[in-house]
Design a protein. Structure first.
Lengths: 306, 330
């Protein structure tokens, strides 16, 4: 088990290394940040001074080496725009994003998993067709469009919910719904296919042959087995929603990490974009590790090997 | 001689699979009749796709999607199971009729302990709980010769060998205290020495509990070892049914003869006999006797008229024109 975790950690480090190099190069391809940092009338020597001050006059390899050195120490650099450490900005926004992400994950699970189970148990009946239709809608309706429709209906017409910003629970409802919708559809499809596979297995046949009630066969024998891939997806989805809910956060003016990333990109704020992407990558890697360890709790075959 | 009512009486059973919105009908089981007394063992033999498994699943009313019993009856302990609802059947399955499936590696749930899986029938059917249930599971595991059951029952299936898992499946079958166990090729996926052990075990259990057994197999050696009576299936029909000795000594149906002829003999220099042609497509059977295109002794009428069951000998039934003509002549 410890060897298994060690190997996973090693893979994770390699992944993060590749990610950091990629994002480092990509942000630098978006253009010169000086053009947005300084006024148009700035003198060339002032520009050079600023460039030197932020270390942008050095070669890319040197810049990258410095960046990595600091990253290992837990410093992700200072934002050009905010003049604050990126990590500070990130952790300032994190609670908001977590709230949104967790709410959206719950919505996606509460819609996707039961619908997926019903769809699999009643396969090729109209239940199944309705669920498949919902999944198709979920995957094809863009989140921003749904967000706008929600605002129109619940804020403008019905005046039940505030259009934007963060505050109490009423602010969370619409962005979480708009964000969770797409993921509910993918959850539904995964639950359905996973359940179908398990329901066709021999041990489910034997469970039925034992004369067990359907509820026991489906809810205990089948569902527990079908849960493993669903859990993985939910974990990864959560991280994606926390870190990359860019469009939804912008539409609902939600002060989260997605909007921070959005601002960073438009301001050519290299340290900010790098920092957010690295943090997201780190979280994805970490959640995968956690999910792997969670598997071990569900599945004795993993738990008891070595 | 007066006979007590048999434990199980299947008569005229017809099971079909409907596909493509009912446009394609596969007649998997066609007028199958047989009966089984308490403590008796019936062998069900035939090639793959001859309807053995479908017959068994029809008895417990648990057909795969698209399958339906369209005719006949399955009378078990005086009740027609084909007329029962799924809810009523659930109280028969696992409790009065148990089934052992083919693949020991796949038929146990990987995420539950052996205890849990063996305990389920007793838990749901006999309402056993707590210490009584534990004792019952230990006793069942002991009966199928699992060493130190009080420890092994906490294990998970992946911690056991194939032979052990199949014995666990046997324990599950016995857990509800059934009167009939249907074993669907229970030894196909075990290696030969384990096979022999498993068969001995089943025989012992049968002696101790007096349970009746339907043994599905395509291995005639196992039939000779295990069964009292044999039914040979071909294209969803029972073409011959006889006590085991009689079937081996005087096979009456050409298909039975061909089957017996295709068993390899130790030390024989002859090339192995095989039946020409392929088993028929159950969705479009030939007219007349379904075996006639492959039959080495085919008559003209075989291609047009389907033969009926003919009683021959003491307790033997065959469905062949040769037999009925022979009986008519004598």
């Amino acid at each position: 088990m410890s060897r298994f975790i060690l190997r996973r950690v090693l893979y994770s480090l390699v992944t993060l290394f590749i990610l950091s190099a990629t994002i480092f190069v990509i942000v630098r391809l978006t253009g010169d940040p000086l053009a947005l940092m300084a006024e148009a009338s700035a003198r060339p020597e002032d520009l050079d001074r600023i460039r030197h001050q932020w270390g942008l006059d050095r070669s890319w390899p040197v810049q990258y080496a410095t960046f990595m050195q600091n990253a290992f120490k837990g410093e992700l650099g200072k934002s050009f725009n905010y003049r604050l450490p990126v990590s500070e900005l990130y952790f300032q926004r994190l609670p908001n994003s977590l709230t949104l992400g967790i709410a959206a994950t719950l919505i996606s699970l509460l819609i996707g998993v039961p619908a997926g189970i019903i769809s699999a148990v009643k396969v090729n009946t109209w239940w199944d067709y309705v669920a498949k239709g919902v999944a198709l809608l979920g995957l094809s309706i863009p989140g921003f469009w749904l967000g706008l429709v929600l605002i129109l209906v619940f804020s403008v017409w019905l005046r039940w919910l505030p259009t934007s910003g963060a505050g109490d629970w009423r602010h969370v409802v619409m962005p979480a719904l708009a964000l969770g919708w797409y993921f509910a559809a993918s959850m539904l499809r995964l639950t359905r296919s996973s359940m179908l596979e398990v329901l066709g297995s021999e041990y489910i046949k034997l469970a039925r042959l034992k004369g067990l009630p359907d509820v026991v066969v489906i809810a205990m024998h089948a569902f527990k087995n079908a849960l493993i891939p669903v859990f993985t997806l939910a974990g990864v989805n959560l991280v994606v929603m926390v870190n990359a809910a860019v469009i939804i956060e912008v539409i609902f003016a939600w002060p989260g990490i997605g909007r921070l990333l959005y601002e960073g990109i438009f301001q050519r704020d290299f340290p900010l974009v790098q920092g957010v992407v690295i943090m997201a990558g780190f979280m994805i890697v970490a959640i995968n590790l956690v999910v792997d360890i969670l598997y071990a709790f569900i599945d004795p075959r993993i738990r008891l090997t070595r | 001689m007066t006979r007590v009512a048999p434990l199980l009486e299947v008569s005229g059973l017809q099971t079909q699979f409907f596909g493509f919105g009912g446009t394609r009908v596969v007649k998997a089981v066609e007028s199958v009749s047989f009966s089984l007394d308490e403590g008796e063992t019936l062998g069900l033999v035939g090639e793959s796709g001859s309807g053995k498994t479908t017959t068994c699943l029809s008895i417990v009313g648990l057909l795969p999607r698209g399958g339906r019993i369209v005719g006949g009856s399955v009378v078990f302990e005086g009740e027609d199971l084909t007329r029962k609802s799924q809810r009523e059947l659930r109280r028969v399955r696992g409790r009065r009729i148990a089934v052992i499936l083919q693949d020991p590696m796949a038929s146990l749930n990987p995420l539950f302990t052996i205890f849990r899986q063996v305990a389920e029938p007793a838990f749901f059917h006999q309402q056993m709980r707590g210490r009584t249930l534990r004792a019952r599971v230990q006793q069942l595991l002991q009966a199928v010769r699992i060493p130190s059951p009080e420890w092994r029952m906490r294990d998970y299936p992946h911690q056991m060998s194939g032979g052990m898992r199949q014995r666990i499946v046997g324990a599950i079958a016995l857990a509800g205290g059934p009167r009939l166990v249907i074993a669907d090729e229970p030894t196909t996926n075990l290696d030969v020495t384990i096979q022999a052990q498993y068969l001995d075990l089943l025989k012992d259990i049968q002696r101790q509990t007096g349970v009746a057994l339907i043994f599905v197999t395509h291995n005639l050696g196992i039939v000779a070892k295990m069964c009292d009576r044999v039914a040979v299936m071909y294209a969803g029909r029972i073409v011959e049914q006889a006590p085991v000795r009689e079937l081996f000594d005087t096979p009456r149906h050409p298909y039975t003869r061909a089957l017996l002829g295709s068993v390899p003999k130790l030390g024989s220099k002859e090339p192995l006999y095989s039946i020409a042609g392929q088993p028929p497509n159950l969705a479009s059977l030939p007219a007349g006797c379904p075996f006639h295109p492959r039959c080495p002794e085919v008559l003209a009428r075989c291609a047009t008229d389907e033969p009926k069951d003919v009683h021959a000998g003491d307790d033997s039934v065959a469905r062949c024109w040769l037999v009925s003509d022979g009986v008519a002549r004598s």
